[in-house]
Design a protein around this ligand. Structure first.
Ligand code: 5AD
Ligand code: SF4
Length: 460
């Protein structure tokens, strides 16, 4: 009997709702929380009003994300009035950062659970149920995830899943809260990761995205195994067809990893390589550990070895003291690299991060103007890159039915459903699927390029 069947056949203790904000790592943490809550007898619900436990899994990377958490939690007081036994938990980076301060903003929160405190959640819930009042647990813990033994309690029809391979960060970029809210860098053992991925493969998963703040330094501290060796081991898991990973730090992108992307078939032809800025002065103030020239050298080596690799990046616009000339350096880099896509953010002061003490903040209006200029340029580049694929054959891993219908392209020959999938380079493709199932890898011919996705026909 699977875990899910077990908790469904026994009387559930109650229902758990989790609201997730932030990065892919939080998505993975949410699955872990469902697993832990499942073990305590709680069943997942998507209906907030049905919940006996509400968890808000938060992000503090920018102020906007942090405020989103408090605005969600603002919906809890009336629910709690109607259901006094309702337990409210705040976890994730805001919980770790603010600790008991959060009670001042929302008195309905029962448990503040730090990013390293998941294993103690059961005890805390028990204490709240026994009337112990509000609990804060933001203790550090050197422990790292073990393999999740069973995924059947969460939506197990996904063909693509995240697997966190390491936690924390030792890089201390001056704008970033991650080292303060996720602790020091530590890696899971390769055995535990491979075991978890094998379990996923047995459940029908075809693609995994390995997560860490800086996957290129995986295992270095512990001297357990290099990241390229880990990729090699994962590629031997039968059933797994595609491997992706994020995030790579340019200063640690080794030749070894470039060769692994080139030589290991299952490793996708795609890399997310955040540069943050094109100005050497700003990169230094950010403590990034590389120059614009060094970044361009790494991109050159990557493209030489993997000519069709899709590259994406993160950018911060309006870092303290950024001048128009600094921004022009960023635009120059973006023009030269020709990224497939970027995530561009306006710099946001984070009180715990050193840059919040830097003087010469950039005016909001100037920041937004630069940001819009960058986004507009990149949107056109992304569209151009998509247009260059028209007429090409691509292999698409089918993910499921399209969420958004695209009626504007092509006649539907015989009422086939509209499906969606991704190319090896990570681009979204829509097509009419003739008898296809999620998890299949299909040959499709690209017919049309939208700004952020492609339209294709099934073939061959
Ligand atoms: N302000 C704006 N963007 C930030 N990021 C991290 N910290 C900040 C901040 N204080 C961005 C970086 C990072 C991405 C995950 O978030 O670009 O790569
Ligand atoms: Fe933050 Fe820098 Fe670490 Fe990334 S590498 S998590 S930006 S400190």
């Amino acid at each position: 009997m699977t875990f899910k069947e077990k908790i469904h056949t026994e009387n559930p203790k109650g229902y758990a709702y989790i609201y997730t904000i932030g990065c892919q790592m939080n998505t993975y943490d949410t699955e872990r929380l469902f697993f832990i809550l499942g073990g305590l007898g709680y069943v997942k619900t998507n209906d907030l009003h049905r919940a006996d436990i509400i968890v808000c899994n938060t992000c503090s990377i920018r102020e906007k994300a942090q405020e989103k958490a408090f605005s969600f939690l603002g919906r809890v007081p009336p629910l709690k009035k109607a259901k006094p036994h309702l337990i409210t938990i705040m976890t994730g980076c805001v919980a770790q950062q603010e600790a008991e301060e959060v009670f001042k903003r929302n008195a309905c929160i029962d448990i503040v659970l730090g990013t390293q405190a998941f294993s103690r959640l059961g005890g805390h819930i028990m204490n709240v149920l026994n009337g112990r009042g509000q609990i804060t647990d933001v203790e550090d813990s050197p422990a790292i995830y073990e393999a999740m033994p069973d995924f059947s309690f969460i939506d197990n029809d996904k063909v693509s899943r995240f697997v966190t391979i390491m936690q924390g960060c030792d890089n201390f970029c001056t704008y970033c809260v991650v080292p303060y809210v996720r602790g020091r860098e530590r890696s899971r053992t390769p055995e535990s990761i491979v075991e978890e991925i094998s379990i996923l493969a047995d459940a029908g998963v075809k693609e995994v995205t390995l997560l860490g703040q800086n996957v290129n330094s995986y295992g270095q501290k512990e001297q357990i195994c290099s990241f390229s060796d880990l990729l090699e081991q994962i590629s031997r898991v039968s059933g797994i067809e595609r491997i992706r990973f994020a995030t790579s730090h340019p200063k640690d992108l080794s030749d070894d990893l470039i060769y692994a992307i080139r030589d290991i078939d299952k490793v996708c032809n795609q890399l997310h390589l955040p540069v943050q800025s094109g100005s050497n002065r700003i990169l230094k103030k950010m403590n990034r550990g590389y120059t614009k020239e060094q970044y361009l050298e790494r991109v050159g080596k990557l493209r030489k070895n993997c000519p069709s690799i899709a590259l994406s990046s993160d950018m911060i616009i309006g870092f303290p003291s950024e001048t128009r000339a600094d921004f022009d350096e960023t635009m120059d880099l973006v023009r030269r690299v020709e990224f497939d896509g970027i995530f561009a953010f306006a710099y946001s002061d984070r009180p715990q991060a050193p840059a919040s003490k830097f003087s010469d903040g950039v005016e909001d209006a100037e920041k937004m103007e630069r940001l819009n200029e960058l986004i507009q340029f990149q949107d056109e580049m992304t569209h151009q890159k998509n247009q260059a694929l028209v007429g090409a054959w691509e292999q698409v891993l089918v993910e499921g039915l399209s969420q958004k219908k695209r009626h504007d392209e092509g006649e539907n020959p015989s009422d086939f459903p509209q499906m969606t999938g991704r190319t090896e380079s990570g681009k979204i493709v829509h097509f009419y699927g003739n008898n296809v199932c999620p998890g299949e890898i299909l040959d499709v011919k690209i017919k049309y390029a939208y700004p952020h996705s492609l339209w294709a026909v099934q073939g061959r």
